[in-house]
Design a protein around this ligand. Structure first.
Ligand code: ZN
Length: 392
């Protein structure tokens, strides 16, 4: 058992100063004061002056690497577990992305299992950018129903030159498959949508929703902060009850070219009265971030990092005046609720004890617990990671 004493608890809504008791990896009590007898097999953690928040939920990460659109040397490496935990991320959703030829769902699942053995909670989407969908069992429905890690399908690309130029009928059929499989398996069965930079923006989703009997909440479009005009369409989509996601990994050049930083996009959406329950941020970790010169030649490559999620939360609070509770909700409660991850994203009794302790001023991460296990503390990973000493 662990007893966190005198923490300022953000659940993500502020609960004030509380003691939080954890046993068997679950939160079992939240009280003004909890006193336990000595020798009660409890580690007491003095959290005085610290913020205690849910572990962050990153709803889109290329855990086996992504990118590769600039040739084989631009294939990005797998996500390293330390990148997640140093950024306070305790739950990730793994996806394939553009390349479903040299990367596979089998490999995605193996990586998900590896990350879980190390401490993270991992869920995945079946499929990739393209039609016909890659699957493990030859059907999206079977994959979602029979493979526990798969909770939906995606990211399916729209408004992008790299997409399969999917029609509204094809999208409707795919969505129905995911939806019915989700219902039968007690999962969300959601369709994650990669929105590219073409002018059709969210039109395809609007068409499907108006032509077919498919609720708007069946879609979870991401990269909505890609441009001002996509952000405007996205906010409309959220005001109609849809979910929208902002990508936190970026570069100065991408921002210069018109991307809105995720933190600013969150502030703008809240200003337009989009409810926080519809708004999330995700890292798009391990996607490639190419840098081009003025003539369009590739001159450098960077890579999205899961830890950008934490920085975007700080930026939302400190630069764009988003209340801390809402900035936290966008990376905890909102994505967990959207994805029906019922034990994640909240400090509440019976939730998994995925807990971050933050510095109350800087919001820096001081300690991270995954299901009650200390995995990061004082700027260092507490995990035993294989092969690390052989790497140069
Ligand atoms: Zn994408």
């Amino acid at each position: 058992m662990q007893l966190f004493k005198n923490a300022q608890v953000y659940a993500p809504m502020s609960l004030g100063k509380k003691d939080v008791l954890v046993a068997g990896g679950k939160i079992i009590a939240i009280e003004n004061s909890i006193e336990l007898a000595a020798n009660s097999f409890t580690t007491v953690i003095d959290a005085t002056g610290k913020l205690l928040t849910p572990g962050f939920v990153d709803s889109l990460v290329h855990i086996t690497g992504g990118g590769g659109e600039g040739g084989y040397t631009t294939r990005t490496p797998e996500m390293h577990i330390n990148d997640a935990i140093q950024g306070g991320v305790t739950t990730v959703v793994g996806v394939l992305g553009t390349d479903a030829q040299t990367r596979s769902l089998e490999n995605l699942l193996a990586k998900a299992y590896a990350l879980e053995e190390q401490c993270l909670s991992v869920f995945c989407y079946t499929g990739s950018y393209h039609l016909p969908m890659v699957t493990i069992t030859q059907s999206v429905k079977h994959d979602i129903m029979l493979i526990d890690k798969f909770i939906g399908v995606g990211e399916v690309a729209i408004a992008d030159h790299r997409s399969s130029q999917i029609t509204s009928h094809e999208m409707a059929r795919l969505t129905s498959e995911a939806r019915v499989a989700g219902m039968l398996a007690g999962k969300v069965g959601i369709v994650s949508i990669h929105v590219g930079d073409e002018p059709s923006k969210l039109d395809l989703l609007e068409q499907v929703i108006s032509q077919f009997d498919i609720p708007i909440t069946q879609y979870y479009p991401t990269h909505i902060n890609r441009s001002k005009s996509l952000l405007e369409s996205g906010i409309d989509f959220a005001l109609k009850g849809g979910f929208i996601d902002f990508t936190t990994s970026t570069t100065a050049q991408i921002i210069e070219q018109g991307e809105i930083p995720a933190a600013e996009a969150l502030a703008l959406a809240l200003e337009k009265n989009a409810p926080i329950s519809q708004l999330t941020m995700s890292s798009d970790g391990n996607a490639s971030l190419p840098i081009f010169d003025l003539k369009g030649n590739l001159i450098d490559l960077q890579m999205g990092l899961v830890s950008s999620l934490h920085q975007a939360m700080i930026d939302a609070v400190k630069q764009f005046n988003v209340p801390l509770e809402l900035a936290l909700a966008s990376i905890t409660k909102s994505p967990a609720n959207i994805l029906k991850l019922t034990k994640k994203g909240r400090i509440e009794i019976d939730m998994d004890a995925d807990i971050n302790l933050l510095n109350s001023q800087s919001l820096a991460i001081e300690a991270v617990y995954c299901k009650g296990k200390l995995v990061y503390s004082g700027g260092k990973s507490c995990l035993n990671i294989p092969f690390l000493s052989s790497l140069r």
